[in-house]
Design a protein around this ligand. Structure first.
Ligand SMILES: Cc1cc2nc3c(=O)[nH]c(=O)nc-3n(C[C@H](O)[C@H](O)[C@H](O)COP(=O)(O)O)c2cc1C
Length: 203
């Protein structure tokens, strides 16, 4: 049983969430988990201007995902930061290169989940996840969110990400806020959930 966590992260927040998703998935026996990042589309000059060189270097150990790896996975968790309430361009470009998989029906019946990060609390986390679902549904993937069975979902004693659609974190306007323990718990929960569902589906 192979679960792939594929993400893009400019400043590291989605990367941190991806690690938590993978940790959750690995807690399910018999599930092999790989983390991959999608190819960068920004020039080095743009990355310098955006102050992202250090955070990119910190992710350089994560292999870049190939399209074929998607086809080999039984379940895939997609992580993307919000860009105007949608997935980022890097993830869009990667998914737009999956036409061959679509023609082959290679992802039909496979499980998928989405997690995200936004700068502000109401900056489009839910729309990012839901609009990403649309692409995955065109591939015939079976979507799993983050149900209220995860008890961190209902917390109102602190500012927190997380919705029934998927795990999320709030990065702050300058990226100064890092995933809270509750948000990481949501990411772990969703990773474990998808892994358990994938096992059941295979059985
Ligand atoms: C072009 C662009 C558009 C963005 N749009 C939004 C947005 O609509 N809402 C929001 O809250 N944050 C927005 N952000 C902030 C990012 O979502 C934030 O930097 C990201 O979640 C941090 O995750 P990362 O560290 O994994 O890159 C935007 C950032 C950029 C560069």
């Amino acid at each position: 049983m192979k679960l792939l966590v594929v993400y893009y992260s400019l400043y590291g927040h989605v990367h941190r969430m991806a690690e938590a998703v993978a940790e959750g998935a690995r807690s399910v026996p018999g599930v092999e988990v790989d983390i991959r990042r999608v190819p960068e589309t920004l020039s080095r000059e743009a990355l310098v201007k955006m102050g992202a060189i250090e955070s990119q270097a910190a992710q350089s150990h994560v292999p870049v995902c190939t399209i074929d790896e998607l086809g080999r996975a039984d379940a895939i968790m997609f992580g993307t930061p919000t860009r105007f309430g949608n997935m980022c361009g890097q993830m869009r470009q990667f998914l737009d290169a999956t036409g061959r998989l679509w023609v082959q029906g290679a992802l039909v019946g496979k499980l998928a989940g989405v997690f995200t990060s936004s700068a502000t609390q109401h900056g489009g986390q839910e729309s990012t996840i839901l609009t990403t679902h649309v692409t995955l549904l065109h591939h015939g993937m079976v979507i799993a969110g983050l149900p209220y069975a995860w008890d961190g979902q209902s917390r109102v004693d602190q500012i927190t990400g997380g919705s029934p659609y998927g795990a999320s974190t709030i990065a702050g306007g300058k990226g100064e806020r890092w995933p809270s323990e509750n948000e990481l718990a949501g990411a772990r929960w969703q990773g474990a959930y998808l892994a358990r569902l994938a096992r059941k589906l295979a059985a």
